[in-house]
Every structure is written in C-alpha cells, then in structure tokens.
Design a protein around this ligand. Structure first.
Ligand code: ASP
Length: 409
C-alpha cells in the first residue's frame, strides 16, 4: 500500500521531534538531510520563476488580459494582507503582551548589533528594476527577476509568427521541465522534513520561550484566526467551494512551508499542489503564485504589526490612533518587501519601527534580538499562512477567470 505524501511527511515530523527530544544536540547529525533538501528546492526557484512568469505572461496573449489578471491578483493580495494586519492590531491591543515585560535578564543575552538592518522601503522598491538582470538572477533578487520576466513575457506577446511561437514554446517547455524536476524533488520531502524538524527542535531555546510566552501566544492566536477562520471564509465567499478541499490539496505545501520557514523554497511545492491537485490552469498558477510568494505575505504582515506594537508596549511608548494607522500601512509595505526566506520578516520590523520613531531605540533593538531567538516556531507558522494566502489567491483568480475543473478528485 502506498502511504500518501502528506502522511509520510507528518510521520517524518513526529519522528524528527521525538528523535530530537530524546537525543538533544546529539540528534543534529541528521541535520544535513534537511540542508540538502533545502538546497535542492532553492536550486529550482530562480529558473522556475523565470520560466513560469515569462511563459505565464506570454500565454496571456495581450495587455488587456495581463492588466485584468494583475488587477485581480493585486486586489486580492492587498485585501487579505490588510485583514491580517487588522487581526494583528486587534490581538495585540487586546492581549497586551508587552505590558509588564521585564526588560532586564534574558534580554542581555543578545547583541542587537549583529542584526542586519534592512534598507529603506523606497530603496527596496527601486531595486525592483534591475540594472543588470543577470546579476539580479545570480543574486536571487526575486522582485527584480519577476519584473524582468513580466517585461520579457509581455514583449513576447508583441511578436508575431515564428519568433513568437519559438519563444512561447521555449518558455512553456522550459516550465514543464522545471515542474517535472520539482515533482522529483518533492518525493524527497519526508527525508528533508525529518532533517529540518530535528534541527529546529534540537536547537530550540525553550527557556526563552517562557520569558516572552505572552508575545508568542498573541502572534499564534492571530495567525490561527487568520488561517482557520478568515482565509477559509474569504476562499468560500469568492469561490463557493468547501475550503477543506483546498486544505487537502495543499497539505504537502503546508508541511513544506512549516518545515522550511521559506515561502520561496516552498514555491515549487505550492505550484505543484495548485496545478495538479487543485486543478488550476497553468496560466493562472504560473502568474499568481510566484508573484504571491514574493510580495503577498499575510502572516508576515500580521507579524510586523503585532511585533511593533509589542515592542512599543514593552518600552511604554504610547501609540495613538495616527501611529497605529502608520503601523498598519508600513506593516503592509514591509511585508511586500520581505524576502521569502526564514526570519526575513523579523528583520523588516525595523522599517515599521522607523516609521513610528523607534528605529534607533536601543531597547527596541534588544527586544528584536530576543524576538529573533524565539522566532523559529513563529516563522514556521507565518510562512504557512503566507503560502496559504497565495494559494487561495490562485484559486480565486482562476474561478473569476471562469475555470471550472477545480479539485478534480
Ligand atoms: N519566512 C517567511 C516566508 O518566507 C518570511 C518571514 O520571515 O516572515 O514567507
């Protein structure tokens, strides 16, 4: 009997947890399995994005279709990110995790100077246009790669005859080859997850978790609300399809996001689930998902907002209405600019802190250091939320484009 992939992965997760808890740091010898698997996933991201977006945009045919799909995609992404941020805002105001936080003790353990502060939001957006696309590809600069691929795909739609057919075929076939490679790598998911989870559990600093327990509870509660209630509701409202069908189709991607903490690394798996299990067309999948993995991060958006309010509460800095509004807007921008890699969202918090005048505050930097130390489990969950929102976006757009063959099984 063949065990379904997601069950294999769940078993691997449980095995990794037990293995790490019983052997402690000695269990780390299996960690390279996770590293190898991550490298395999990362190996395919850049070519996958180039082939998928270029073939997707070229396949849309004309600028009207591109404009329509683009508007729907961005509209959906904006809507769900703002909903997520409002949840973060409400939760933090309700639970007040930062009030009464003791700033001495644990906080001295971290050197905030080691944190790499992000560039300004403006610079991040400016770098979306690569002066040298090859360099952008070599650096894995996702926004720049996406911009270039959309532009190039669009140029293909303007060609005619043989040149157009040749380039269309080239990118379409390249995309098929990348997806075939993806499917091969996904077979190794249980082994990779075993290594990744073992490492995450064996290196977790459980003592610190207690010190900032309320903060972790606040974020987890907010993410849960968004993941279990808001997103399924949005899905149902737009598609009238049972959200459980979607959850079933997405299971391997959920588990990959959870284990890798990177929506970028999860992208190949998400695309496979959405195209092959959810039955969304190639046209929509290859346009909406790579874009979503890079700019649509609901979990991260929620986190930026809740995280900054938590820091403000801990410092006793009063945040009035105007400042909370600033936080909401900058949290959205920060989530757009966050790279789809582990803990990137936490570092982007400085952008939001800057906007409310706490960017250079030494106490704030100390707290961010501590947040970094306990970030892994939160990052796992928010990455899963990020990926879920992208995938729902793909189905919502597909449905609105009149696709009917969804969830064939
Ligand atoms: N790890 C997240 C992701 O890749 C980003 C973040 O740190 O919030 O989606």
């Amino acid at each position: 009997m063949k065990i379904k992939l997601h069950w294999q992965v769940l078993i691997a997760m449980a095995a990794g947890t037990i293995f790490a808890l019983s052997l402690g740091e000695k269990a780390l010898f299996v960690a390279p399995l996770g590293t190898l698997f991550l490298r395999l996933l990362k190996m395919i991201i850049v070519p996958l994005i180039i082939f998928s977006i270029t073939s997707g945009v070229a396949g849309l045919g004309d600028s009207r279709t591109l404009g329509r799909m683009g508007a729907k995609t961005f509209g959906y992404y904006f809507l769900t990110s703002i909903l997520a941020i409002l949840i973060g805002l409400a939760m933090t105001n309700l639970i007040k995790p930062g009030a009464g936080l003791n700033l001495s003790g644990n906080f001295q353990a971290f050197d905030p100077g080691t944190l790499n502060k992000p560039k300004s939001m403006f610079e991040i957006l400016l770098r979306m246009i690569p002066t040298n696309p090859v360099k952008a590809m070599a650096n894995g600069d996702m926004l720049a790669i996406i911009f270039w691929s959309i532009a190039f795909g669009f140029a293909i739609t303007r060609l005619e005859g043989r040149p157009q057919k040749f380039l269309n075929d080239f990118f379409q076939f390249g995309f098929s080859a990348m997806m075939t490679l993806t499917r091969g790598i996904i077979r190794l998911l249980p082994i990779g997850v075993f290594g990744l989870i073992t490492k995450a559990v064996a290196t977790a600093g459980f003592e610190l978790f207690k010190a900032v327990g309320l903060y972790m509870i606040t974020i987890t509660a907010g993410l849960s609300l968004h993941f279990f209630i808001v997103l399924p509701l949005v899905f149902w409202l737009f598609t009238r399809i049972n959200p459980l069908k979607h959850a079933r189709a997405m299971m391997p991607a959920f588990l990959t996001a959870f284990s890798t903490s990177s929506s970028g690394a999860t992208l190949p798996v998400t695309m496979d689930c959405i195209e092959n299990s959810a039955g969304v067309s190639n046209k929509v999948t290859s346009f909406v998902l790579p874009l979503g993995a890079t700019i649509n991060m609901d979990g991260t958006a929620l986190y930026e907002c809740a995280g900054v309010l938590f820091i403000a509460q801990a410092l006793g800095a009063d945040m009035g209405f105007a400042q909370q509004l600033t936080i909401v807007l900058t949290a959205f921008l920060a989530s757009v600019g966050t790279a789809a890699v582990p803990s990137a969202g936490l570092v982007m918090i400085f952008i939001v802190l800057d906007a409310v005048g706490l960017g250079d505050n030494a106490g704030a930097a100390l707290i961010v250091g501590t947040m970094l130390a306990v970030d892994r489990p939160l990052d796992m969950f928010r990455t899963m939320v990020n990926v879920t929102s992208d995938s729902i976006g793909a189905v919502v757009v597909a449905k609105s484009e009149g696709e009917t063959e969804l969830y064939p099984e």
